[in-house]
Design a protein around this ligand. Structure first.
Ligand SMILES: *Cc1c(COP(=O)(O)O)cnc(C)c1O
Length: 233
């Protein structure tokens, strides 16, 4: 038993309880443990506690960790999610190492990932990042640009478009968090008419997970509540 183990149990219980309280099936919400800046020893503790999905923000750091676990725990089926901003000159490392890419915000990146995805790997699962709070500083496409990007991405044979992702402006009030997350779930619901294969909404972090689940998130990305506060972001 250790802190990571206990934190994971606490978070999973919380996800379970929030889901039941809002009439959702807890199994439709996947927990991504965000391990950015955290050492492989803590990731190993999470794996020991049964956690197999991890999110990383920095390409080089993520690739090193993936290589470490491939070497040291080759039989453990870990799923790696890239959740950070991606410069196009680093796209190959994502294409060759990760299972999911959450932050597609332009066709050029999607094209590169498609071209660089090795033939012997499964398709790369991708999400379109939506700038749902309309902040100048944050990345992501505007809601009204999503359809055009979908139509481009679905032409790419080595990517599997799964849905949408958002990192809303930090907001402490539950009702305000909920309002923003609901815009995301309404957007996904409206897209499903023409694109019924879209099944994923990646939203919710340590500070706003309950509102994200109530609004319909299917993937919560939780870092500090599992691994503790980070030294740098
Ligand atoms: C760091 C990060 C998280 C996790 O944040 P916490 O507040 O530590 O839970 C989730 N998503 C993204 C995109 C992040 O960069």
């Amino acid at each position: 038993m250790n802190t990571v183990h206990d934190n994971l149990i606490t978070i999973k219980n919380e996800i379970h309880k929030i889901a039941l309280d809002c009439d959702r099936d807890p199994n439709t919400i996947e927990l991504i443990a965000v391990s950015k800046t955290k050492p492989v020893t803590l990731i190993a503790q999470a794996i020991e506690a049964g956690q197999l999905s991890f999110g990383e923000n920095y390409v080089q750091e993520g690739v090193e960790k993936i290589a470490y676990f491939k070497q040291n725990m080759p039989d453990t089926p870990i799923t790696w999610h890239f959740i950070g901003p991606l410069q196009s000159n680093k796209s190959r490392l994502v294409a060759e190492n990760f299972d999911w890419m959450h932050t597609i915000d332009r066709f050029k990146i999607a094209q590169r990932l498609d071209a660089q995805r090795p033939a012997n790997m499964d398709k790369l699962n991708v999400l379109i990042q939506v700038n749902i709070s309309n902040e100048e500083s944050k990345s992501g496409v505007q809601a009204d640009e999503v359809v055009d990007l979908i139509d481009q991405i679905i032409t790419l044979p080595n990517l599997r478009l799964r849905g949408l992702m958002a990192i809303p402006e930090i907001e402490n009030d539950f009702a305000k968090q909920l309002e923003v997350f609901k815009r995301m779930s309404e957007l996904l619901a409206s897209l499903k008419t023409d694109y019924p294969f879209l099944d994923t909404l990646s939203m919710g972090m340590s500070g706003d997970m309950p509102a994200a689940i109530v609004a319909g998130s299917t993937m919560v990305r939780i870092g500090s509540a599992i691994f503790g506060a980070r030294q740098y972001v």
